[in-house]
Ligand binder design. Structure first.
Ligand SMILES: Nc1nc2c(ncn2[C@@H]2O[C@H](COP(=O)(O)OP(=O)(O)OP(=O)(O)O)[C@@H](O)[C@H]2O)c(=O)[nH]1
Ligand SMILES: [Mg+2]
Length: 337
């Protein structure tokens, strides 16, 4: 084959797009496991180190946020905080330092710290903190190896662009994952050629959360802005869009516990505590934006609501979009769920 005449062997090129923390890389991990690209031993070791990094990094982020939240950090916990501030990255196969187990346990149980965790939406605290902090003794066991669930809950901000070739339901595809923070978005254009389909992820739970890179911005508003620009973009006229609302589990928990969507989206007129009405409201908002961008009449949008840390639920989602992206006939019918 002459140089420059490379013919791609995949049938679909799928772009994962969306704001940071919306679940793009988690979907890619699920796609890898479903698509015959399992994690290597070295990757699993990196995930183990990342678990420790997530635990200590998330706590440091929270401690740093006390001033912004106008809260006073409890003096009795300073020695424990010192231990966490001093930790170094783990080396390959180095066990988690045991002195951190007691310090993390005491910090996490403290009522003032818990109060700060509950106000995490104001400082973009990681939403998966309860998952890892609820499992501290298991994670600190010397034999600990991350489970697939742990791997799906890990957080690592994507920097740069990754391309993964895999096969789902017999369809060869190249899946492109990008970083969602604002500083990464200027790189997106480099992968806009020859796209067969876009999976656009929206963190439903982000309706009351600021962006990690901009505390004055709202995650949901940010997602709406990107969604509009994709709808209007000349690169993607005619490209089928899968709109994937993620973190329904966290959204439902928060809304039913009493967080009022109308405080952040005043035109929401559902009852406080009604997560289904909330979901319906955001679904309609995104469809309306697509309509304004001239997309909806083309029946090119499929909508899903997924908890992407849940393998069963994500498999159902993954089984649906291959046909949607490959089958023009399917898109001539209304495919909204
Ligand atoms: N509970 C729950 N957690 C989720 C869900 N989707 C993603 N997460 C968690 O949210 C965090 C961020 O997910 P990522 O997949 O890294 O987000 P991303 O869109 O790739 O973020 P960037 O790389 O910064 O653009 C991770 O800790 C995931 O485990 C979900 O549906 N439910
Ligand atoms: Mg990512």
């Amino acid at each position: 084959m002459s140089p420059g005449l490379w013919i791609p062997s995949y049938r679909l090129k799928i772009l994962l797009l969306g704001s940071s923390l919306s679940g793009k890389s988690t979907i890619l991990k699920q796609m890898r496991l479903a698509g015959g690209v399992p994690f290597s031993t070295q990757e699993i070791e990196s995930f183990r180190q990342l678990v420790f990094d997530n635990l200590t990094g998330e706590l440091r982020h929270l401690l740093d946020s006390f001033a912004d939240l106008s809260m006073h950090f409890p003096d009795a916990l300073s020695a424990d905080a010192e231990i966490i501030l001093r930790v170094k990255d783990l080396r390959d196969r180095e066990p988690f330092p045991m002195e951190c187990l007691d310090a993390l346990t005491r910090l996490w149980k403290n009522l003032t710290v818990q109060q700060a965790v509950r106000r995490g939406n104001e400082v973009a605290s990681p939403e998966e903190m309860p998952y890892f902090f609820g499992a501290l003794p298991r994670l600190f066991s010397p034999e600990y190896v991350p489970s697939p669930q742990d791997i799906f809950h890990l957080r690592a901000q994507t920097i740069g662009i990754t391309e993964t070739a895999l096969s789902l339901n017999g369809i060869e595809m190249l899946v492109v994952d990008v970083g969602g923070v604002k500083s990464e978005r200027r790189k997106w254009i480099h992968v806009f050629n020859d796209v067969t389909g876009i999976i656009f992820t929206v963190n439903l739970n982000g309706y009351d959360m600021c962006l990690i890179e901009d505390r004055d911005a709202n995650q949901m508003q940010d997602a709406m802005t990107i969604w509009t620009s994709i709808g209007q973009s000349g690169w993607f006229s005619g490209t089928p869009l899968v709109l994937c609302f993620t973190k329904y589990d966290l959204f439902e928990q928060k809304v039913t516990a009493g967080s009022d969507i109308a405080k952040f989206f005043p035109d929401f007129n559902g009852a406080p505590g009604d997560a289904v009405a909330g979901l319906d409201y955001f679904r309609r908002r995104f469809l309306r934006l697509a309509q304004k961008a001239g997309r909806i009449n083309e029946r090119e949008i499929q909508i899903h609501v997924v908890t992407v840390t849940d393998t069963e639920m994500t498999r159902v989602f993954l089984n649906s979009f291959g046909a949607f992206f490959t089958d023009d006939d399917m898109r001539s019918h209304d495919t909204e769920e």
